[in-house]
Design a protein around this ligand. Structure first.
Ligand SMILES: [Zn+2]
Length: 245
């Protein structure tokens, strides 16, 4: 352990990483008492490696609850930057929409160094996204992929409306299979919020399968249970995340 690592070990830590250290060092009855962190350091390799995918997912759920309830961790981004500059050990990789209202780091209350974040309109997969996630998980060691859509998604509305515009036409075509697969009774138009959200949810499920089909690397990691691949829907109104798929 280097001097700087030792220094980091003496610092108070934020909830995400405190739990990681707690799981590796303490009994299940004791670790909860340690969760008084301040958001002032990035994940270390030992902390990330000490968590199972299920424990990481649980921390993400807790992080969203902190965000949703208006009690996010007071992140010290300068310290997180400082402690992650020499190396990164993210626990999660997000695939979300570019929508300005759905920033993964904020809605899951994670900090610098906690997670990779791939964003594309409609959170659709393609070979470049698959390659990015393969790097995140197979090379850099992230153990969870969260593919999440959100309510009132403009890309979903555009796909429903058959919008054609430049390169957007091809992107929206990737959402069409989700429209076809959505079972919905009622007005199937982009004016119907319930229908738009139903398609967005289906699009997440389709996206998970696309990731698995396009990447034998990710599929194999998932089969070995060293990677947890999950979908989610983010509600722009409530701030809550519902995990699906
Ligand atoms: Zn969107």
């Amino acid at each position: 352990m280097s001097a700087s690592d030792a220094c980091q070990c003496n610092r108070s830590r934020r909830k995400f990483i405190t739990t990681a250290a707690a799981f590796s060092l303490m009994s299940s009855a004791g670790w909860a008492a340690q969760m008084n962190a301040r958001g002032d350091a990035a994940l270390t390799k030992a902390q990330r490696d000490g968590m199972t995918p299920e424990q990481i997912l649980d921390e993400l759920k807790k992080g969203n609850e902190r965000f949703r309830s208006g009690k996010p961790t007071p992140h010290d981004y300068r310290d997180q930057k400082r402690t992650s500059a020499a190396g990164q050990y993210p626990a999660v990789a997000f695939l979300g929409c570019i929508d300005s209202r759905a920033p993964a780091e904020i809605i899951f209350d994670t900090g610098i160094g906690d997670g990779f974040n791939a964003r594309v309109a409609g959170n659709v997969g393609n070979d470049d996204i698959s390659g990015s996630l393969e790097f995140a998980c197979a090379v850099a060691g992230a153990k969870v992929i969260v593919l999440f859509g959100h309510t009132a998604c403009g890309a979903i509305k555009g796909a429903i409306d058959d919008v054609e515009m430049g390169n957007l036409t091809g992107l929206l075509a990737r959402i069409k299979p989700a429209i076809t697969a959505t079972k919905f009774t009622g007005d199937k138009s982009s004016k119907n919020a319930a229908y738009v959200d139903a398609v967005a949810r289906q699009n997440v499920l389709v996206g998970l399968n696309v990731l698995r089909q396009r990447s034998s690397i990710l599929a194999d990691l998932e089969k070995k249970k060293s990677l947890l691949l999950t979908g989610a829907m983010y509600d722009l109104t409530t701030g809550g995340v519902e995990f699906v798929g």
